[in-house]
Structures are given as structure tokens and as C-alpha cells.
Design a protein around this ligand. Structure first.
Ligand code: FNR
Length: 167
């Protein structure tokens, strides 16, 4: 069994990125579990990540960069002994936005952070969900089958790189 901690970087009730993460958890292949973390109680996260085989960041894009709330969570998690839980940890970044580039800039902005934390980022797949307003319902649930397929392929590829799941 491969376990992946998934964090959405949005606190919005109908968040596209939280919806994308819920769909990723549903799309996980047999033998892979994506546990969805809540970023509100920030300092509680260390234990979750320590127990996980991988980390899936589902990041919105704000002003062509990473959203402050998700960066704050990662910063909190890295404090003190926290740095050790990131070292060598497989990490993948995806995201959804109503714009044309589907969080491409934000995903690139995570690179120096992931390098500083000595993580093992997974680069073989990319998932940028653009024009996401048309692909999710009013509650932020993913409704588009094509995106669901791309997501399933991404999750299977990431989990497979960690060593779990049948794809
Ligand atoms: C945005 N948004 C946005 N989108 C984008 O593709 N590129 C960007 O640079 C920005 N910049 C930006 C700045 C600020 C301050 C806000 C509030 C929003 C739009 C953003 O992608 C949109 O609000 C998403 O729906 C946010 O993700 P959640 O909350 O739906 O997960």
C-alpha cells in the first residue's frame, strides 16, 4: 500500500483545487491511498507527512506565483525537526485555475521551495487544469471525464514512481 498526503492550497468552500484533490483521491489506483489533509490547523501536519510515502500539492496560482496560505503551511511544516520529513520525499504538484495556463506559473514557482526542502519532485507527468470554471460544478466537484482520465493517469504515474499502485 502506498500512501500519499494530498494538500490543497485553497481554503475556499467551492475551491477548484480542493475539488481536483478529491477527484485525485477517487482516481487513485488499487493499492494507493491519497489522504486529504486540511490546511487550516497548520502546525498539526508533521505527523501526517511523516507517515506518508509521498506528498501531492494541489496549488492554486495567485499573481503568477504560489498562494501564501499553502506556502505558509509548507513553511510551518519545515520548522525545526520538520525539515527531516521533507528530505527525499516524493512530491508532485498539480493545480486548477479558471485561466488559460492552469497554474503553470505557480507550479514553476514551487521548484526552488521543493529543492530547498531536499524533496524528490516527480517531473515525469504534468497536470495543469486550465479553464477550470467549465470543468467543475458549483460545489467545486470535478465533472469533466477527460480531466478525470488525465488525473487518473497522473496519480498512477506518481504512485508508480514511489513504488505503489497498479496502473
Ligand atoms: C487569482 N487567480 C489567478 N489565476 C491564474 O491562473 N493566475 C493568476 O496569476 C491568478 N492570480 C490570482 C490572484 C488572486 C489574489 C486571486 C484571489 C486569484 C484566480 C484563481 O486561479 C482562482 O481564484 C481559483 O479559483 C483559485 O483556486 P480555488 O480557490 O478555486 O482552488
Amino acid at each position: 500500500m502506498t500512501t500519499i498526503l494530498g494538500l490543497s492550497g485553497s481554503l475556499r468552500r467551492a475551491s477548484l483545487n480542493s475539488g481536483l484533490l478529491r477527484a485525485a483521491a477517487e482516481a487513485a489506483p488499487e493499492g494507493v491511498t491519497i489522504t486529504i489533509g486540511d490546511i487550516a490547523p497548520v502546525p498539526l501536519y508533521d505527523g501526517d507527512l511523516e507517515a506518508a510515502d509521498g506528498l501531492l500539492l494541489v496549488s492554486p496560482e495567485y499573481n503568477n506565483g504560489v498562494p501564501g496560505v499553502l506556502k505558509n503551511v509548507i513553511d510551518w511544516m519545515s520548522c525545526g525537526q520538520g525539515m527531516a520529513i521533507f528530505k527525499g520525499k516524493p512530491v508532485a504538484v498539480i493545480g486548477a485555475s479558471p485561466g488559460n495556463f492552469g497554474t503553470a506559473h505557480a507550479q514553476s514557482h514551487w521548484l526552488p521551495v521543493l529543492r530547498m526542502l531536499a524533496t524528490r519532485p516527480w517531473w515525469e507527468g504534468r497536470l495543469m487544469v486550465s479553464r477550470a470554471g467549465d470543468l467543475f460544478d458549483d460545489q467545486g466537484n470535478l465533472t469533466d471525464d477527460k480531466t478525470r482520465e488525465r488525473l487518473a493517469e497522473f496519480v498512477a504515474g506518481f504512485a508508480g514512481s514511489i513504488g505503489g499502485g497498479r496502473s
